[in-house]
Design a protein around this ligand. Sequence first.
Ligand SMILES: [Zn+2]
Length: 332
Amino acid sequence: MTSYKELGLVNTREMFAKAVAGGYAIPAFNFNTLEQMQAIVQAAVETKSPVIMQVSKGARNYANGTILRYMAQGAVEYAKELGCENPQIVLHLDHGDTFELCKDCIDNGFSSVMIDGSSLPYEENIALTKKVVEYAHKFDVTVEAELGVLAGVEDEVASEVSHYTKPEEVVDFSTRSGCDSLAISIGTSHGAYKFTPEQCTRDPKTGKLVPPPLAFDILHEIEKRLPGFPIVLHGSSSVPQDEVDTINAHGGKLPDAVGIPEEQLREASKSAVCKINIDSDSRLAMTAAIRKHFDEKPGDFDPRQYLKPARENMKKMYIHKIVEVLGSNNKL
Ligand SMILES: [Zn+2]
């Protein structure tokens, strides 16, 4: 058993309470490589932001659980080395699908886990979440649950259709499961293709796809029923058009990729939404920089030559999200 406290990590309880009260959201960036981790820590330190580093089950398998534990510890020590006296870094499991996986993460240094029972019948979702909460709380680990189903594809998590969260269920669900935060479905979606062209309208000037708006009425209804309770938005990458254009201009093929407009995420951050998950934008920033580099310098073959600009491009994106979208800067 390795407690996250030994690694210098924190759970989400205090940072979510501050974020809800302060009208901002904590960035939850997915990672599975050294360069992503370095870019996340540099961005968080430079902007004085708390940060959630999260891994899916697939990412944990890819990177290896033992290595991840030391990477998280390394992230804390690296933040201190960069001059941050009191880093607030969470290591979070994204989309845990079984009690056993959550337990394994809790036993190996995670400070927060998500148990995603959203595809189960309502009562089974409560029972599974409660079981994880009871174990996690023994070790002061916080638990995110999900109610409602997001569309899109994220590693092993996939659904063709979304089911918006029903506001009338949130009080019963959070009370009986004991979860610390709740991921809801209000129209965000996993992946770089969040909406089909048929679901969007086209901007007559640019020809670009404009996605349907988020269901803020549902969010506000949930806030009313669960005042001050931490709400989480998954699938909240914006799929920046300049990164998509760079990828496509250098041999990539991402036609009609579309994400959530940043103005809507900015508005959500001011509400009880206190954690916003961003994964695809990091993938796009990394891929765009690498494709451009290979196209312009086909003779390069030292990984540092192309991973360094990739890391810089991700860092730029992380800083942009923290400062311009979530508002979590200067909160340490
Ligand atoms: Zn998700």
